[in-house]
Ligand binder design. Structure first.
Ligand SMILES: Cc1cc2nc3c(=O)[nH]c(=O)nc-3n(C[C@H](O)[C@H](O)[C@H](O)COP(=O)(O)OP(=O)(O)OC[C@H]3O[C@@H](n4cnc5c(N)ncnc54)[C@H](O)[C@@H]3O)c2cc1C
Length: 362
C-alpha cells in the first residue's frame, strides 16, 4: 500500500482478513492521512491537523464499519457565516433568508420570494455562477457564494462547473444541519485511532516515514496507490491542478468564536473560514482553545494537494493520466489523490471496500 490514509487502511484490513500479507508504506510520520487528529499538548484540545473532518453518511455498512473500531459521538455540523459585518446561519435556510432580507417569511412565502429573485431565463445552467443565479438570485449569491468561491478556487465562478453548487443547498425551513445524511458523528478520540485500529492486524506491517516510488512497485505482488496520480508518473505530462490550504493557527482562553465553523464569505477578507477545534468535541471541556484561520491558494510542487480543480473546459490532462492508469498491471489507483476526486470519508471507505472485494473476488 502506498499511503496509510483511510483508503489504504480499509483495503489493507479487508485483504489482511482474507489472509494476505500487507506492507503499508506511509511517507508521513503518522497514519490517517488528511483525517489525522492529535491532542494539542498544552490545551488538551483534539486538533484536526489538516482541517476539520465531520463524519456523515447514508451508507449503513460504512457507518457500522467505523463504529466497530471506535466510539462515535453524535455531532451535527452547524455552520455560521460572516458577511457585510453581520452573522448568518448556513447553509442558507429560512433564518438566513429572513435575517438577510429583514422579513418574517413562512416557508412558502420565502420560496416564492426567492423564486422571484432567481434568474429564470437561465434554463440549463452551465457554470457555478449560472446555477447560483438561477437558484437563489443575485443578492444571496453575492453575499454568500461569489466572494467565498473566488477565495476558495481563485477562479471566476463562470468557469466552475454547476455541479459544485449541489453541495450547498437552500432550505425553506429552519433546519441548519449542514448535512442531510442519516448517520452523523465524530469519533470520540479523533480519526487517527480509527485508522490505527484498522491497521492493527497480524498480517499488516506499517512503515512510517517511508514513501513508495513508482520504480519500487515491482517489489510487490500488487500495489494500491493512494498518492497523487500524476506523481506516480513523475508529473511527466504536467501537474494536475490542486488547491492547497494554509492554516494559521492561533490560541486563546475560553471560547474564541462560540462555534466550530465560521465562514467569511466576503472577498475582502483573505481567509475562507475560522475553525475552533474544541467545538468539534462538545462533550469535552478545555480552558484554552485552538483555532485555525484557513487560506486557500494554488498548490505548488512543495505543497500538500487538497482539492482537485475541475474546470468547465474539461480535464484533458487528467484523461491522459487516466488512460495510462487503466493500462497498468499490478497497480490500482485509489483514494482522493489516486483517482483525482474530492471524496468524503464515507465515499472513500465505500470505494475502498469495493476495490478490496473486487480484488478478492477476482
Ligand atoms: C480540508 C478538508 C476537509 C475535509 N473534511 C471532510 C469532512 O468534513 N468530512 C468528510 O467525510 N471528508 C472530509 N474530507 C475528505 C477526507 O479528507 C478524505 O475522504 C480522506 O482523507 C481520503 O483518504 P485517502 O486515504 O484517500 O487520502 P489521504 O487522506 O490523502 O491519504 C493518503 C496518504 O498517502 C500518503 N502518500 C501519498 N503518496 C505516498 C507515497 N508515494 N508513498 C507513501 N505514502 C504516500 C499521504 O502522506 C497520505 O497520508 C476533507 C478533506 C479536506 C482536504
Amino acid at each position: 500500500m502506498a499511503g496509510a490514509g483511510l483508503s489504504c487502511a480499509v483495503i489493507a484490513r479487508e485483504l489482511a482478513e482474507a489472509g494476505h500479507r500487507i506492507t503499508v508504506l506511509e511517507k508521513r510520520l503518522h497514519v490517517a492521512g488528511n483525517c489525522h487528529t492529535e491532542r494539542d499538548p498544552r490545551s488538551g484540545v483534539l486538533v484536526h491537523v489538516y482541517g476539520p473532518h465531520i463524519f456523515h453518511t447514508d451508507d449503513e455498512e460504512v457507518w457500522n464499519l467505523v463504529n466497530r473500531y471506535v466510539t462515535f459521538r453524535p455531532y451535527v455540523n452547524r455552520v455560521k457565516a460572516t458577511t457585510g459585518g453581520r452573522v448568518f446561519s448556513l447553509p442558507i435556510n429560512l433564518l438566513t433568508i429572513n435575517q438577510f432580507f429583514g422579513k418574517t417569511f413562512s416557508p412558502s412565502e420565502a420560496r416564492a420570494f426567492i423564486e422571484s429573485r432567481a434568474d429564470r431565463s437561465i434554463t440549463e445552467p452551465k457554470s457555478f455562477e449560472e446555477q447560483a443565479l438561477r437558484f437563489i438570485g443575485p443578492e444571496l449569491y453575492e453575499a454568500f457564494f461569489k466572494g467565498y468561491t473566488l477565495k476558495q478556487w481563485e477562479v471566476d465562478p463562470k468557469r466552475l462547473p454547476a455541479s459544485i453548487l449541489k453541495r450547498l443547498p437552500v432550505r425553506f425551513n429552519y433546519d441548519d444541519n449542514y448535512f442531510f445524511h442519516r448517520f452523523q458523528g465524530m469519533p470520540e478520540e479523533g480519526y487517527t485511532p480509527l485508522v490505527q485500529r484498522l491497521l492493527d492486524h497480524p498480517n499488516i506491517t506499517v512503515h512510517l516515514g517511508e514513501g513508495l516510488a513508482a520504480a519500487d512497485v515491482a517489489r510487490f505482488d500488487h500495489v494500491y496507490w493512494s498518492g497523487p496520480l500524476d506523481g506516480y508518473y513523475g508529473f511527466d505530462e504536467g501537474r494536475l491542478p490542486y488547491r492547497t490550504l494554509d492554516f494559521e493557527r492561533f490560541e486563546g482562553e475560553g471560547d474564541i468564536q462560540g462555534c466550530a465553523v465560521m465562514n467569511y464569505t466576503d472577498a475582502s477578507v483573505p481567509y475562507t473560514r475560522i475553525t475552533e477545534h474544541k467545538h468539534f468535541a462538545p462533550w469535552e471541556s478545555h480552558e484554552r482553545s485552538v483555532c485555525y484561520r484557513e487560506f486557500s491558494r494554488h498548490c505548488g510542487p512543495e505543497d500538500i494537494p487538497y482539492y482537485p480543480v475541475h474546470l468547465t473546459e474539461g480535464d484533458a490532462l487528467l484523461q491522459r493520466y487516466q488512460a495510462r492508469a487503466r493500462n497498468e498491471r499490478g497497480v490500482t489507483f485509489v483514494g482522493r489523490l489516486g483517482t483525482y476526486r474530492y471524496m468524503d470519508m464515507d465515499v472513500t471507505i465505500r470505494a475502498a471496500l469495493d476495490v478490496a472485494r473486487a480484488a478478492l473476488a477476482g
